[in-house]
Design a protein around this ligand. Structure first.
Ligand SMILES: [Zn+2]
Length: 338
């Protein structure tokens, strides 16, 4: 067996023993935990980014040399044991709560940050900042906000940036990424005596609109009732997301999408006073308030953190209240001026 083959085998074995899958998500949280541990022992000065780069590998090699372990730069079981309480327990091996310390807490903090609920610092200690972040994530994900991280919370967290929001697979609450970064100027509910069936994101014409989660495009075309150019994505468990007033739809009926897939560009078609995205979440055909299911993170390549509510960018919104309609091609339009 050549040296190269042996190295490959060693790397594969290390991945297996660490319980890592090739899925970036799982690897990221564990690598972040490893970075936190290496930082704590003074061997790593880089950022806690969950990326197993040269800096992280170098730190592990130095740690292994210092502890007279086999030097391979991979944090296998022996290396993690040598890290003491910083190297355990693995994420998901206990219910995590305030006061806990260790590998799993660091991984948890990393996942929270990636989902837009910053714990303040990623240091492997579950303090007040982490507690606040867990509760805020749980509220956003429709879970009981008890600040205790059991299997349901962990599942929802892991499902996150893995682009499976609103997905057909996997259990847990259905949550959505924001279709674009930026503030929301008009919320869901009764305004001026009329029902606003979605939320409005003012944005310049041509801004990329991304699917809020995994699903299949069920409508892409012009709606004469007021939505203008409209895309509808069907998600699991009877959920739909609607993207209205687009300048262009860039998706087609039957197209499978994930959180971040471009479905169209912002415009001002239909009953609209200016460029903005009217975004709706419907459950079994009925528009519901998207906010409790909306994550702080915007879908798309940058996954930027965005403020939940901000000052108006432009006075753009729907010219008339968008009214409940079970058919995208037939809408009823009560008048309302914003
Ligand atoms: Zn609207």
């Amino acid at each position: 067996m050549g040296a190269r083959k042996i190295m490959l085998l060693a790397a594969a074995t290390a991945l297996l023993t660490l319980g890592l899958t090739p899925v970036a998500r799982a690897r990221s949280a564990n690598v972040a935990a490893l970075q936190v541990a290496m930082k704590a022992v003074g061997l790593y000065g880089g950022s806690i980014d969950g990326v197993r780069g040269p800096g992280t590998r170098r730190a592990v090699r130095r740690f292994q040399r210092r502890h007279r372990l086999a030097v391979d730069g991979v944090a296998g079981p022996v290396t993690r044991r040598a890290l003491g309480r910083r190297g355990r327990p693995r994420l998901g091996h206990r219910v995590i709560r305030r006061g806990h310390r260790g590998w799993d807490v660091a991984g948890l903090q990393f996942l929270l940050g990636r989902r837009g609920h910053s714990p303040g610092s990623i240091d492997g200690g579950f303090g007040r900042g982490t507690l606040g972040a867990v509760r805020s994530f749980q509220r956003a994900a429709g879970l009981v906000a008890d600040g205790v991280v059991g299997p349901a919370t962990l599942r929802a967290l892991r499902r996150g940036g893995g682009r499976r929001e609103g997905g057909h697979n996997g259990g847990g609450p259905v949550v959505f990424l924001r279709p674009l970064p930026g503030p929301i100027t008009d919320g869901f509910g009764v305004r001026w005596g009329r029902m606003h069936t979605g939320i409005d994101f003012p944005a310049p014409t041509g801004t990329r609109v991304a699917a809020a989660g995994r699903g299949v495009v069920s409508f892409a075309g012009y709606n004469t009732g007021g939505y203008g150019n409209l895309v509808i994505v069907k998600h699991r468990l009877g959920f739909e997301t609607w993207y209205a007033h687009l300048s262009t739809e860039t998706s087609y009926v039957g197209e499978p999408v994930v959180g971040g897939t471009r479905v169209g560009l912002v415009g001002s078609t239909g009953h609209s006073t200016g460029p903005h995205l009217h975004f709706e979440v419907r459950h079994n055909g009925t528009p519901i308030d998207p906010m409790p299911r909306l994550l702080a993170t915007a879908a798309g390549a940058s996954s930027r953190l965005v403020p939940s509510v901000g000052p108006p960018l432009a006075p753009a919104c729907d010219r008339q209240g968008l009214h409940t309609s079970r058919r995208p091609d037939r809408a009823h339009w009560p008048s309302r001026v914003c």
